[in-house]
Ligand binder design. Sequence first.
Ligand code: PLP
Length: 405
Amino acid sequence: MRTMRDTGLASMSFEPGASVPQGVIPLCVPKIVGNEWQYVKECLDTSWVSSVGPFVDRFEETLADYVGVKHGIAMSSGTAALHIALLAAGVRPDDEVLVSNLTFIAPVNAISYAGASPILIDAEPNYWQMDVNRVYDFLTNKCVWKDSVLRNSATGRRIGAILPVHILGHPVDIDPLLEIAERYQLPVIEDATESLGALYRQRKVGHLGAIACFSFNGNKLITTGGGGMVVTDNDEMAARAKYLSTQAKDDPVEYIHGEVGYNYRLTNVQAALGCAQLENIEDFIANKRAIAKRYERDLRSVSGIQTMPHAEWAESVVWLYTILIEPHECGIDSRQLMHGLAAKGIQARPLWQPLTKSPIYSAAQSHSDGVAEILNQKALSLPSSVGLTETEQTSVIEAIHSLCN
Ligand SMILES: *Cc1c(COP(=O)(O)O)cnc(C)c1O
């Protein structure tokens, strides 16, 4: 029987501002130990609290520098960043966009906001990322290339973009995808929200496609409370992203607007938090990697648990350390383990329901073969906060040893 405590804990989210109950080990909460207070105080002392200000500019510049791209355009959320990136990359109503099936729903919703439809691409079983072979197969065998436009043979609609999501801190194997995208002149929009700082073959995630998106939600590697950013080397896309996210002003004095724009700006107060967080990013990444290393070392021996895979061509930031549970060998399945951990005050979470199973996208087109479903059944993400202590991690590891046979 489930206790009140465990059902509550599994569904609780500990965001900045929410206090974590004593003795509870949350899944992923931020660490505020640097210049956050000082920078936010500067905003309050100077009254620069709203959607322009020196910290917004500085956050855009320093994050773009960190990723190695020319432009950063701050947004109010990662989801807003994805919406704007799709529009800036030229995705139009009635287009179709290839996107990962195993992901948090935000990028797929953003495709809907743009008036386009998703084509859900399965995960590959090795690293759980978008299966680039399926992208290749879909574009070469299920589409027709005519007059420099690629169309889905089944629907006749234009393919507008490819949107790979680098999940859990690990990059998608993107080179083959970039190659096929170039052949058909498709923009690649990276959802890099979970993988800030990760490297793909020595190149920074977020600097691999035409345009990329980051999120600074409370559970991400660095946080602004809530926020996001679009990054790109492309001057035109950058200008478009800025224009569309600031109400599409053609003349700010006379209030002349040429298009439907959005108010997706980040405030100076949020950006102040972001600037301070970014100063500690190398430590945060080192912490995530140390946490991953210890889980790997101490959970490898548990029969029925597969530790998190890591490609040799990748340097993951291991945003959420995630294991797979084989119920026959473990004696319990992933959800039973989740509730068992919750009863001990430890928060764990499954991976997302594959979008092909989601009530809202179950009718969407897909190119999938059930890999995402299997991962969804078996996967469990473990506490991975950058501030997770060794003692806390010991508790998680011991709890797993005691709950699994
Ligand atoms: C967090 C996240 C986003 C964006 O989230 P916001 O809460 O809107 O900042 C987008 N995609 C993925 C895969 C995410 O994990």
